[in-house]
Design a protein around this ligand. Structure first.
Ligand code: AMP
Length: 308
């Protein structure tokens, strides 16, 4: 198995200026693996749900080549539930409810078949659980990427720094990069954060794209300008899933290939935000995705005329 992901598999209830959902399937692990499934045909997910989680969602994941044997199903317990409300600009949101339920005592199990994977994606969870997954692999993977959030910086900075020191790629947003580095300039922040361990840093800037830092190289990928954004939930996870899925499928971790992987992640994230929950990812075909990647190429491609 090329890629394994640890991340929440959840119920979400989302409110945006365009509408409101009851409990729908969400979770960082769900978005990451569905997104990666456009590139990798065999991958695994490590997570935990309650017995209230729909089996047809797990079956759908299986049909997309996602091995769910690493998802523990806890009898008599409830699935993690998160509810959020977006403001009018859709760039900011308030968390209304977080019910940890089965996530509270999550002890991740790495099935034997997953333990040799070369690519590992650590979705946003407690830094301790992320670390346990690394420690439970049979060998050091070729590339470990990690997402996190300001919440862990507020309450578990030492633990977080320990996990960050063990990974190759850190994927965070601009606000988180500033909080982690205590530096406003993202260029300066990128140096401080990479001195903490990860060789590669990706800073997401929402509708303003993403920056990729490695040694003294920087690459910028825009987000596709969209007429309608319905629900940004999971956009960052979808981006990370597309990025890691592309790298795992091509098995090439050069800086040049990471640029392509960033575009792959950005293309998938653009579909994800067009519909509520995971719907944007489940309704598209591989050819829709390829066309969208081409749109990114045309969006950014230009030639300079020679000055006379
Ligand atoms: P994002 O929009 O990238 O922040 O990801 C949203 C997804 O993360 C939702 O589907 C939630 O179910 C999930 N989520 C929200 N809070 C947490 C948390 N504390 N731990 C794990 N997953 C979470």
């Amino acid at each position: 198995m090329r890629l394994i992901t640890v991340g929440s598999v959840a119920f979400d209830a989302i409110e945006t200026p365009f509408g409101k959902t009851d409990k729908i399937v969400g979770g960082a692990g769900t978005f990451i693996t569905l997104s990666a499934s456009f590139f990798v045909k065999s991958q695994g997910i490590i997570s935990v749900v309650g017995d209230d989680f729909p089996t047809d969602t797990l079956e759908f994941m299986n049909s997309r080549g996602i091995n769910t044997s690493g998802i523990q199903i806890k009898e008599g317990e409830k699935t993690f539930f998160w509810s959020g409300k977006y403001h009018n600009d859709m760039n900011s949101r308030d968390t209304l409810i977080t019910e940890l339920n089965v996530l509270e005592h999550f002890d991740p199990i790495v099935p034997e078949a997953f333990s040799q994977a070369d690519y590992v994606m650590l979705g946003n969870l407690t830094p301790q659980v992320q670390r346990q997954v690394i420690e439970r692999m049979a060998k050091r993977p070729k590339l470990i990427a990690m997402d996190t959030m300001n919440f862990w910086m507020d309450i578990a900075m030492d633990d977080l720094r320990e996990t960050i020191s063990m990974v190759d790629v850190l994927i965070i947003n601009d606000e988180e990069a500033r909080q982690l580095s205590k530096e406003y300039s993202l260029l300066k922040a990128s140096k401080i954060i990479r001195a903490m361990g990860p060789k590669i840093l990706i800073i997401k800037k929402g509708e303003h794209g993403a920056l990729l830092f490695h040694e003294n190289h920087v690459f910028f990928a825009p987000a596709l300008p969209l007429e309608e954004v319905f629900d940004p939930t999971g956009a960052g996870d979808t981006f990370a899933g597309g990025f890691m899925g592309y790298l795992a499928a091509t098995d090439d971790i050069s800086f040049e290939n990471m640029k392509r992987a960033i575009i792959a992640g950005s293309a998938l994230a653009s579909f994800s935000v067009e519909k509520f929950g995971t719907t944007g990812l489940t309704e598209i075909t591989e050819s829709d995705m390829e066309k969208r990647m081409q749109q990114f190429v045309s969006l950014t491609n230009f030639e300079m005329n020679q000055l006379a």
